[in-house]
Write a protein of this length. Structure first.
Length: 230
């Protein structure tokens, strides 16, 4: 509704003004425009959108079921968090995944330089899902950007479309799918990567949103939508 959209836009512009006033700069990437949307390219982008949407959905479901498993095994949430931290730490040391600790913002730069490895996305996905599922909340959005960009660059190479553009679409669409949002990832894509590829972001983010099927990393969002739908 307008009552919700107007405050969001006002808050966004105010936050942007304050950020620039403090001397910070937004991250922006230059992505070349896509070719004309003929039948072939539309079909390829639809495949990419389904894949990106499924990863976002699996991210949300992964966290949900890891949390459920811990809640059934451990009655004390602090004990669950301790065990979860131990499991994640063991995986990092055993598999040499030190680079995938924290937000892993380097993954975005690597993806847009075309240097992403095939295991970047699954490694970050696994560690992030296990960490959030164990009860360590916060910091999930930036890893989603990294996961989406790393997956997109691989998808683009496989599907025969611009890997850089596909990485940009993954950056926005996986985030949108996992958070079950539509306008936010579209606007994010346009802001970070420019308006030349607006149609691609609209198509891919919209389909990724549909593929998600109303799953979200935010449990409260799912509960509110269930109440509204009744």
């Amino acid at each position: 509704s307008a009552g919700a959209v107007i405050p969001c836009f006002a808050g966004s512009y105010l936050a942007n003004f304050v950020t620039q006033l403090l001397g910070f700069k937004h991250e922006r990437y230059a992505i070349s425009s896509i070719p004309d949307f003929d039948a072939r390219f539309l079909f390829v982008f639809l495949i990419a959108a389904v894949c990106l949407g499924l990863i976002g959905k699996l991210f949300a479901l992964g966290i949900k079921y890891v949390k459920l498993a811990y809640s059934k095994i451990f009655k004390n949430y602090l004990l669950a968090a301790a065990v979860g931290a131990a499991i994640v730490s063991l995986l990092i040391f055993a598999l040499g995944l030190n680079d995938f600790e924290g937000l892993s913002t380097w993954m975005q730069n690597t993806a847009f330089k075309g240097d992403a490895k095939w295991y970047d996305m699954p490694a970050k996905y696994l560690l992030t899902v296990l960490t959030l599922g164990a009860g360590f909340q916060g910091g999930e959005v930036t890893p989603l950007f990294s996961i989406g960009a790393s997956l997109g660059i691989i998808l683009g190479s496989f599907l025969g479309i611009s890997p850089m553009l596909c990485a940009a679409l993954g950056y926005a669409a996986v985030f949108g799918s996992a958070t079950n949002t539509l306008m936010a990832p579209i606007m994010l894509g346009i802001e970070v990567f420019g308006g030349n590829n607006m149609l691609a972001f609209v198509v891919v983010c919209s389909l990724a949103y549909v593929v998600n099927g109303n799953r979200s990393i935010y449990g409260a969002q799912e509960n509110i939508e269930k109440i509204i739908s009744r």
